[in-house]
Design a binder for this molecule. Structure first.
Ligand code: ADP
Ligand code: MG
Length: 814
């Protein structure tokens, strides 16, 4: 038996001294050659001997190596020594140890039967403090807790003997504690233990955890799971998960371990322990609401089993099956709800068939200074096919910023007026409403003659048999004027009313509402539609969005709407030159802006994204604005826009920017900048790496709206790999739909489309990129909808209840 100990010490010393070949007098080579000749004789394992020979110690040339090569070499020699020592301990430990036995989860019947919808404080061991922490995560009831799924799992199911541990993998051992002591590591009181099994010993450290020392008395049997790292040539577990081997069932080690999303004050071990108890006790009480033959046909796990396996799975395949079942539920319920919405809307009350066979439309189209693009023509045709029907139209119009949706919407509004119906045009903000008013008036003034008007209303002759009146109803006008307008709307004197979504929510009474155009679908949900219904109207509804949504996604999320897409920009639109700059080029960007301003143009600067509260974001924006105004552009006029400003303050700044009194608009990302300032040619985005692709594309769409060549400059301090991909994509791709697909790929669907904003149920398990499951859920929903559209049959009662529950929750969130 040869002595490895002293050689290992020398190599460790060499490492500490920085590989200068100074650990032994005379250099390492001499020592190694000597050692090699002794060692060769005592190596009797073929595998080790082969490794040993590959090291070529007898001809060691350490002195001639570069430092990095020396480092590698010392490492590999230390690895070898370690293996060699382990080999001495257990020559026969090649077979893996048996898995740690674990009783299968089985239903436990609770003594007290409590409703799943009871507050979690009803669970033994959940204090009101703990409940408050869960509350922050949206977990309020026992059912919520069951649906509080882990982000992912760590695979700690691979049990190894200590001699079989390999660096870097997640592995589990079962071992005896030989000794444990308190040590200082990096200035923190920590616990260090030496544990062993029949094949060897290993050091384990828990940083910053001095309390563990009390638990780890000698001869305690432990299960330890985690990654093994190499430290000074020896393996060590650094802050691994652990638990006592005597514990009945493993929760933290020796299996697939759930990792939950955590909030401050929730400790992982505590959450896992709690979740285990809750799942064991309650999952079995969840009623499976899917019709059994459907589950069978689709090969889905039973619900209680799926919930239980989603938390504490038996193996990797079990996670997949659990996810599939739970994702199916989400998509299926989403589809059922969406189909129900469509039916309610279209069959509840007959709508207002409009006559579209008239000259009015042709006159309007002929008056335009341009011809409609083929895409605009197609979409207009789709709308004109809906309007004469008794069923109210329910259509989503998608089209990039600047693709010409407003013209199409205006044509539809004129059709309503031509049939003596009123039309409402609603925008998410007052600024945008004002802009629509300006645009619509501009279009009408070419087709007819302006006969009368003030800032907030206009009357045009020559378009229809009777004059056509357009009005803007926003908070800005005086109370008296507002009351006057409301009266005129009620009496039917006003044909087209433009405003925010408040138009249909607050005290506005229409005489005869025939068409509602809604800009940006995000904030127009079920509530708004039922508000319309309650007023006795079933207008045709045209929802417009500039957020490009891939088709499958649109069908899923907006299955209640028919889909029209303007997938083409008017001719002559310039590409917006997009460039991602390094922070060192910031000055260059500023110089560029100065030059554009000198040429009579304007610029947007989007402030760095601050993720804390809106108040903090506003503060950061004020600071950035000051810096830019005082230090960078002292000679220019700058304006600031942030979410903490009042609506009238924001409007004022926007008006000034629009009028050209401000050269540069500094804005936070929260502010709706869906504004049309054709003279703005530069969009500079700070911390661009932190925005999603769709958002960047929206920002970029703020420029390039006029004749001039426009630019989008992206600054990113330290982009991650994924962020770099995003920045590359936005530089290269101009088309919003292509970007949306890209975004979906890069970000994953959950983030891509915040379903919360739309009043739809949340999707947590479902991946919208999983087209196959999505289509299966759609097909099943349609099949069921055909036999039992109101879910009235007895066997569909549980499903009806679940549907109502899920959608109720969705609308609470919106
Ligand atoms: P969107 O509402 O989709 O953002 P707009 O309807 O506001 O787009 O149109 C953007 C600009 O393009 C407007 O100035 C509009 O007059 C103009 N426009 C619309 N359609 C055409 C077209 N077919 N040809 C040329 N210009 C068009
Ligand atoms: Mg628009």
């Amino acid at each position: 038996m040869i002595n490895t100990e002293s050689l290992r010490k020398i190599l460790e010393l060499e490492h500490q001294k920085g590989y200068q070949d100074s650990a032994v007098i005379g250099g390492l080579d001499q020592l190694l050659r000597n050692w090699a000749s002794q060692a060769a004789a005592s190596l009797n394992q073929p595998r080790l001997l082969k490794r040993f020979q590959s090291l070529k110690l007898a001809k060691s040339r350490y002195a001639s190596l570069t430092k990095p090569r020396r480092k590698e070499w010392v490492q590999s020699l230390l690895d070898f020594l370690f293996e060699f020592e382990q080999g001495q301990v257990a020559k026969s430990a090649a077979k893996p140890p048996p898995p740690i036995s674990r009783p299968p989860s089985r239903p436990r019947v609770s003594a007290v039967s409590q409703s799943l919808d009871a507050a979690i404080t009803g669970i033994h061991g959940i204090s009101s403090t703990l409940a408050a922490k869960f509350g922050k995560l949206g977990v309020k009831t026992i059912r919520d807790l069951l649906y509080f799924f882990p982000r992912r799992h760590l695979d700690y199911s691979q049990r190894k003997f200590i001699s079989q541990l390999t660096e870097g993998d997640e592995q589990t051992i079962m071992a005896n504690v030989w000794e444990a002591k308190l040590v200082m590591l990096g200035g923190r009181r920590s616990t260090e233990a030496i544990v062993g099994d029949e094949t060897g010993n290993i050091r384990v450290v828990w940083f910053n955890n001095p309390y563990l020392v009390k638990t780890l008395t000698p001869n305690t049997r432990l299960v330890i799971s985690g990654r093994v790292s190499l430290f000074g040539g020896r393996y060590v577990f650094e802050s691994p998960e652990w638990e006592l081997a005597e514990d009945k069932e493993l929760i933290h080690t020796g299996r697939l371990i759930p990792l939950y999303p955590l909030t401050q004050g929730l400790r992982p071990r505590q959450v896992r322990k709690l979740m285990k108890e809750v799942v064991d006790q309650w999952a079995w009480q969840v009623a499976d609401f899917l019709p059994p033959e459907l589950s069978k046909r689709c090969n889905l796990l039973e619900l209680p089993q799926a919930i239980s396996q989603a938390h504490y799975p038996d193996d990797e395949t079990a996670i997949d099956s659990a996810r599939t079942r739970l994702a199916f539920d989400e998509l299926f319920l989403l589809q059922l709800g969406v189909l129900g919405r469509k039916r309610d809307w279209q069959e509840g009350q007959p709508g207002n068939p409009l006559n579209t066979q008239n000259e009015v439309l042709d006159n309007f189209l002929n008056s335009l200074p341009f011809a409609l693009t083929p895409a605009q023509q197609r979409v207009l045709k789709e709308i004109l096919a809906d309007l004469p029907r008794t069923q109210p139209m329910s259509r989503l119009l998608q089209g990039e910023v600047g693709s010409g949706k407003t013209v199409v919407a205006t044509a539809a509004l004129i059709m309503a007026a031509a049939n003596s119906y009123q039309g409402a045009f609603m925008a998410p903000t007052e600024i945008l409403a004002e802009q629509h008013f300006t645009n619509v008036c501009h279009l009408l003034s070419r087709a007819g003659q302006e006969e009368a008007g003030e800032d907030y209303w206009r009357r045009y002759g020559g378009l229809l048999a009777q004059p056509l009146t357009v009005a803007l109803l926003i908070g800005d006008i005086t109370q008296a004027k507002k009351l006057g307008l409301q009266q005129q709307i009620q009496s039917g004197e006003i044909d087209i009313i433009i405003g925010t979504h408040a138009l249909i929510q607050k005290g506005v009474e229409f005489k005869k509402l025939g068409l509602a155009v809604v800009d940006e679908q995000h904030r127009f949900g079920v509530a708004q539609r039922s508000a319309l219904r309650q007023k006795g109207f079933s207008p045709h509804v045209l929802v417009m969005t500039a957020t490009p949504i891939p088709r499958t996604l649109a069908l899923t999320l907006y299955g209640d709407l028919d889909l029209s897409v303007i997938d083409q920009l008017p001719p002559g639109r310039q590409e917006i030159k997009t460039k991602w700059l390094h922070p060192a080029q910031r000055e260059k960007a500023y110089t560029f802006i100065r030059r554009q301003v000198a040429g009579g143009r304007q610029a947007f600067i989007i402030c760095p994204l601050v993720e804390e509260s809106e108040a903090i974001q506003a503060k950061a924006a004020v600071a950035e604005y000051k810096r830019l105004a005082e230090e960078v552009f002292p000679e220019l006029k700058l304006g600031l826009l942030h979410g903490r400003m009042s609506a009238s303050e924001k409007d004022e700044v926007m008006r000034q920017f629009h009028a050209g009194t401000l050269h540069i608009l500094v804005s936070t990302p929260v502010v709706e900048v869906g504004i049309d300032v054709p003279n703005a040619t530069v969009m500079l985005i700070e911390s661009a790496d932190r925005f999603g692709l769709s958002q960047l594309h929206q920002f970029r769409g703020r420029v390039g709206r006029g004749e001039e060549q426009s630019y989008c400059l992206l600054l990113a301090e330290n982009p991650s790999i994924v962020a770099k991909e995003r920045l590359d994509s936005i530089e290269k791709i101009q088309d919003g739909f292509a970007l949306a697909e890209e975004d979906l790929k890069l970000r994953g669907p959950g983030e891509f489309f915040g379903t919360r904003q739309s009043g739809l149920p949340d999707l947590r398990m479902a991946k919208l990129s999983d087209i196959a499951l999505l289509e299966m859920a759609r097909a099943e929903a349609m099949k069921l909808f055909q036999v039992d559209p109101t879910l009235a049959k007895a066997e569909h009662k549980p499903l009806a209840t679940e549907l109502a529950r899920v959608w109720q929750k969705g609308s609470e969130l919106s």
